[in-house]
Write a protein that binds this ligand. Structure first.
Ligand SMILES: [Zn+2]
Length: 523
């Protein structure tokens, strides 16, 4: 990543102060339709960039070392993607998927999982020369695993809780933006609300926020929102609900109720927002969503022991059948397999197809046995086509909803390469769900202020020069479930801290990003 150089270059000639102030900028973007990220109407203008910052906006005469003709293009703040799993950027520093959809800042460490040593992670991101800015949360699951050892289906002892609090305090001091939980994943799923409140209080003391993958995103979602509200209230912390969704047919149609519950919490004075990605399928490990919680205690080794015992495997299968019915599905045809290392031939198949291929039958018993065999063989990812488009659109229209991809470098779901372009193309331009300026706000100033990222997510003099230029008539996502790594069209230029990372559609390889530590309490 670039060293901080938020200064004008030294001038070699004595100049009048007035002239010095207008010394040639590093880059001028000409004739752009500027959407500044606040939601105000677009206007035409030039943008001058110097020393990694926006130097001026308006009708700017003179010349610059470098210029981009942006006639016909929208200039917006680079997109701030607050829900990602980006630990892998240290090994994939070009951040192709994110950069090519206009994302200039990612927040990692979500869903309860982060690097334990946040300071080391941020330093490694800098040293790796990542092309986009990187920030992180500290994961409650990560901290819980370190403090409690292998047996998780219990509350922590007082000593263990104190250890968790210390680890969170260390991470916050090292620059974490806040605390994340993943309450469907081991070991977070075994934490009671009181434990979460205690640990969130530590993050609150440091001015951080609480971002949560809730315990239930299905028919029990209102109880889970109640838990988020309780944490926000009792820990005195700003809360962010991650990837808001209604998973499973039996939960469909509840989006108005969910938004009402969140509105009541805000009316009480609590600061609660939520993010979402713009797809009706989710993606996570096959184990996390399909294997019952109580089979997960103690980790993979214990799970495999249980699955090796026919009586216990049968009991697990019975719970799986019941959970499937609770979700309103007759079988697992809504689940597609990804990233199956042991048997790559299964990748892309729905579970019934995989059952037919491996067991010669697609009966529900054979589907369940297929899932269990995948888990025994080391697990896999899966894509779950379990949401409704109507709920998605209801959530997206809400002014408190911000847009985040839940993507990762190399992710097997199209959101990792398409999410932001899909917001601009499909949902703003084609379906006219929201004005383009408002859609941009949901990807820029709203996430940046929520996560306390100062001088990001807005185009104004003095702000960091993170800028995306897109063609509002052509921008569209092209990544699909079959080809999730296809990059979007209509986003020709992406600038990070003043340096073009995408130029005329080509990745420049510029190590332009910075590690962003927590700068100020979340507003
Ligand atoms: Zn999650």
């Amino acid at each position: 990543m670039a060293a901080d150089s938020s200064r004008f270059p030294a001038l070699s000639l004595p100049l009048m102060p007035a002239l010095a102030a207008t010394a040639a900028p590093d880059l001028v973007i000409r004739r752009a339709r500027i959407m500044d990220g606040t939601g105000r109407p677009a206007y035409e203008g030039d943008i001058a960039v110097s020393g990694g910052r926006v130097a001026a906006i308006g009708a700017l005469p003179g010349s610059a070392a470098d210029e981009i003709d942006a006639a016909g293009l929208v200039a917006a703040p680079g997109f701030v993607d607050v829900h990602t799993h980006s630990e892998g950027l240290v090994r994939a520093p070009r951040a192709e998927g994110f950069a090519r959809m206009g994302v200039t800042t990612v927040v990692s460490g979500n869903c309860g999982g982060s690097r334990l040593d946040v300071g080391a992670f941020l330093a490694e991101a800098e040293a790796a020369g990542v092309s986009i800015n990187v920030a992180t949360l500290v994961g409650h699951g990560t901290v819980r695993a370190r403090a409690m050892g292998g047996a998780f289906d219990r509350p922590p002892t007082p000593d263990e809780l104190a250890k968790m609090e210390d680890l969170v305090a260390e991470a916050m001091a090292a620059g974490a933006l806040g605390l994340s939980t993943g309450l469907i994943y081991a070991p977070g799923t075994f934490a009671k609300t009181e434990e979460i409140i205690a640990v969130a209080k530590v993050a609150a003391t440091h001015g951080g926020l609480y971002a949560t993958h809730m315990r239930n995103e299905e028919t029990g979602i209102l109880d889970s929102i109640g838990e988020v509200v309780r944490v926000a209230r009792e820990a005195g912390i700003r809360a962010e609900i991650a990837h808001l969704k209604l998973h499973g047919k039996t939960a469909w149609g509840r989006s108005p109720e969910v938004l009402e519950a969140l509105g009541r919490a805000r009316a009480e004075g609590l600061r609660i927002t939520h993010d979402m990605y713009l797809y009706t399928a989710s993606s996570t490990s096959i184990t996390a969503r399909l294997i019952p919680d109580d089979a997960l205690d103690g980790g993979t080794e214990k799970l495999l022991q249980r699955l090796a015992d026919p009586a216990r495997a049968a009991a697990i299968a019975r719970v799986m059948r019941a959970e499937l019915a609770d979700r309103g599905f007759d079988d697992y045809s809504y689940v597609a397999i990804t990233s199956c290392a042991r048997n790559p031939a299964l990748n892309g198949l729905r579970i019934p197809e995989a059952a037919r291929a491996t067991r010669g039958s697609a009966s529900l018993d054979d589907q369940i046995e297929t899932v269990l065999q995948i888990v025994r063989d080391g697990g896999a990812g899966a894509i779950y086509h379990a949401m409704s488009e109507e709920d998605l659109q209801t959530f997206l229209r809400d002014p408190h909803t911000l847009i985040a991809s839940d993507g990762s470098p190399g992710g097997a779901h199209p959101r990792s390469c398409g999410n932001n372009a899909r917001a601009l193309g499909r949902y703003a331009r084609d379906l006219k769900l929201l004005p383009l300026e408002e859609m941009v706000r949901k990807m820029t100033s709203l996430p940046a202020t929520t996560f306390g990222l100062k001088d990001r997510g807005v185009l104004r003099p003095g702000a960091a020069a993170d800028i995306v230029l897109f063609d509002p008539d052509r921008v569209r996502d092209t990544a699909t479930y079959q080809e999730p790594r296809r990059h979007p069209e209509g986003i020709p230029h992406v600038i990070v801290n003043g340096a073009p990372v995408i130029r005329d559609g080509e990745h420049t390889g510029a190590p332009a990003g910075r590690a962003l530590g927590r700068q100020a309490p979340a507003a």
